[in-house]
Design a protein around this ligand. Structure first.
Ligand code: ATP
Length: 243
């Protein structure tokens, strides 16, 4: 546990203390329709999901069942047709589009399938970039400390093409964590990795989630890594149920 970061976080966000679940993600009765006319799809159908700070939740389900839609709405990238989304006590769905963008920047980290790194930047600069856009007073983490934590300190000056798939994913995860998010949304992090590297990456996500009290939601097709998660949900035709 990074005591300094935790203390600073409490001190700088006096409006969000309380039970751990209030510090995490709460989705209540969330419905989102996509498409129009006869082609309308209920991408999310009355979804309820609570992920506490420090909890690592996994979402599985067939292609087209609504998993990406769920991540998009949870992270404030898309607005649902009805229902509410709260992150660390902040109501995302009640916020204007502009306010939602600011909340997303301060509260949410995204990790994509292949790391999604910028080709021209070194590993350390991938982490420095988001800290430049953070709100004044935002609680961030030191880029080099974080690279060390994910085992990438020795390759801080390498660009993405000089890294393996697993190493790129480590940098992508570190980048998502550098602004000190309260919610981490992870989309198929092991899709391009072999089994051993997949385990390493998911174990690292589990450790980061607990040590830094982040609420983490990971979409995965990889049932092998579910053993490292605290809760597992299944998405089916837009409806979410606990497994
Ligand atoms: N822009 C859109 N317009 C209309 N329908 C859409 C749109 N985007 C997605 N959909 C539909 O919404 C449903 C949910 O899609 P979503 O991408 O959330 O599923 P998914 O579970 O993430 O799939 P995958 O595992 O293949 O990524 C699908 O039926 C999809 O065809």
């Amino acid at each position: 546990m990074n005591t300094h970061t935790e203390t600073t976080r409490q001190a700088s966000r006096p409006d969000t203390p309380g039970p751990a679940h209030q510090d995490g993600l709460i989705m209540r009765d969330v419905t989102m329709l996509l498409g129009d006319g006869e082609d309308t799809v209920r991408a999310l159908d009355s979804v309820h999901l609570t992920v506490a700070a420090g909890e690592f939740a996994a979402i599985v389900g067939p292609s087209g069942s609504g998993k990406s839609s769920l991540l998009a709405v949870a992270g404030g990238l898309a607005a649902p047709d009805s229902g509410t989304v709260t992150i660390a006590g902040r109501p995302m769905t009640a916020a204007s589009r502009r306010a939602r963008t600011a909340l997303r920047r301060d509260l949410v980290g995204f990790v994509f399938q292949s790391g999604n790194l910028l080709p021209a930047l070194t590993a350390i600069d991938q982490l420095r970039l988001p800290t430049r856009f953070a709100s004044p007073g935002a609680v961030g983490r030191d880029p080099m400390d974080l690279l060390t934590e994910v085992g990438m300190a020795g390759k801080a000056d390498r660009r993405p093409h000089q890294l393996s798939g697993g190493e790129r994913q480590r940098v992508g995860i570190a980048r998502a964590l550098v602004t000190g998010p309260r919610l981490l949304l992870v989309d198929e992090p092991t899709a391009a990795l072999d089994q051993a590297r997949s385990r390493d990456i998911v174990q690292m996500l589990a450790r980061e989630t607990r040590q830094h009290a982040v609420a983490t939601v990971m979409v995965t097709h990889d049932t092998e890594v579910l053993q490292y998660c605290d809760s597992v949900y299944e998405m089916m035709d837009g409806a979410l149920s606990k497994k």
